[in-house]
Ligand binder design. Sequence first.
Ligand SMILES: Cc1cc2nc3c(=O)[nH]c(=O)nc-3n(C[C@H](O)[C@H](O)[C@H](O)COP(=O)(O)OP(=O)(O)OC[C@H]3O[C@@H](n4cnc5c(N)ncnc54)[C@H](O)[C@@H]3O)c2cc1C
Length: 413
Amino acid sequence: MPFGLLKYGLRKKYPAERHFTPTKPLKSHYDVVIIGAGGHGSAIAYYLAKTHGITKVALIDKGYLGGGNTARNTAVIRSNYLTEAGVKFYRDSVELYQNLSNEFGYNIMMENRGQLTLAHSDAAIRSFRWRAEVNQHLGVRSELVDRQAIKAMVPNLNLSENARFPVLAGLWHADGATARHDAVVWGYARGACQRGVELHQLTEAQGIDVEGGRVVGVRTNRGRIRCGVVVQAVAGASSVVGQMAGIKLPIHSFPLQAMVTQPYKPILTPHVSSPHVHVYVHQTSRGEFVIGGGSDPYPLYHTRATLDQKEILSAATLELFPFLAQAKILRQWAGTTDMTPDYSPIMGLSPVENYYLDAGWGTWGFKATPISGKMMAELVATGRVPALIEPFELERFYRFEQVNEAGATAASH
Ligand SMILES: Cc1cc2nc3c(=O)[nH]c(=O)nc-3n(C[C@H](O)[C@H](O)[C@H](O)COP(=O)(O)OP(=O)(O)OC[C@H]3O[C@@H](n4cnc5c(N)ncnc54)[C@H](O)[C@@H]3O)c2cc1C
């Protein structure tokens, strides 16, 4: 190590920056308690403090900051959904992502690599054309591309007509991107803590006290907190925590698995997904191929990786990229995803007056982190549901007005 660097490191004048405030004893009362310090909880805390000046906030997590699905996702960011509500919501999120590194003064390693979804049937081509139309109408870059264009973008893709499911066309989404997931949650939590929010890790919500239809406190393993408002942002534990407040959510949790290979030279720029073969692949800036799309077919609160999924994901990957046959899998992991019937999130009011929901993020919630944080903070601060998230209220399931994004979510994430 150069001597100058060592001297710099040891100087008292340049103390190492603490990103997060050290854990203090819990106060007896907070204006807002946010349960779940993943990307979503941290983003809500950040916008509450930054935009609305609400800082008497406890951000609590039963584990560690960003240790849930935020740490486990494959970091795909995109907005080429199908419904008007979905496209507008994710479009605004992708826009916020573009400036996050500047806003935080902290590199979230945003890479605008584009996303290509493959069509292997005439039905898929028809639905991609429909998506492209809706996307373009709402200002999202999305277009149907033919095999020749696909070959130019992804020369290593298996375009053989003898493949089990030959590639017929693709949906090209130039706004597709990736970002470093843990940098996103660290950036939000750091910004919140700098403005006075308290982060309490290893603090589990074990009960919610509701009196006269209003929430009055949260019972934790470190004592009881009285509070003005509670926001739950616990992803895979949404149904369990909702039940503590007496709220039944239409959410079932399923493990979702992903894996990465050893690093290779950079040869794949866009994120490539195939809902038909049911896999998606991109190459990180470190050279590893990230492979995802493997949901276990049964509800379970567990984050173990299985040999079954390794085989299924590997076989699907080799159909698209046979050159990866010799690649070694470095890591495989799982997260608990909170799936809704229509593959859209649940945001907004709940049957308990001052208890707000940020749930149902399933396999697609990382890309929504900035906009859901911003919108949920606005809801908490004003008591009014912002128009952008109105279609995602829990009430929609009672009115049979689902926001069906099943086709556009699939293996594309
Ligand atoms: C393998 C995989 C790949 C994915 N890929 C993508 C992708 O490419 N793109 C995309 O957009 N999305 C993707 N997702 C989905 C995405 O990761 C999630 O939707 C998103 O991270 C949810 O963020 P969150 O902050 O709501 O939840 P989390 O990050 O899970 O945070 C919730 C927190 O709540 C805490 N908690 C739970 N119960 C309690 C309690 N009782 N008390 C206190 N704290 C509690 C947990 O410890 C956790 O830290 C993927 C998910 C997985 C598992």
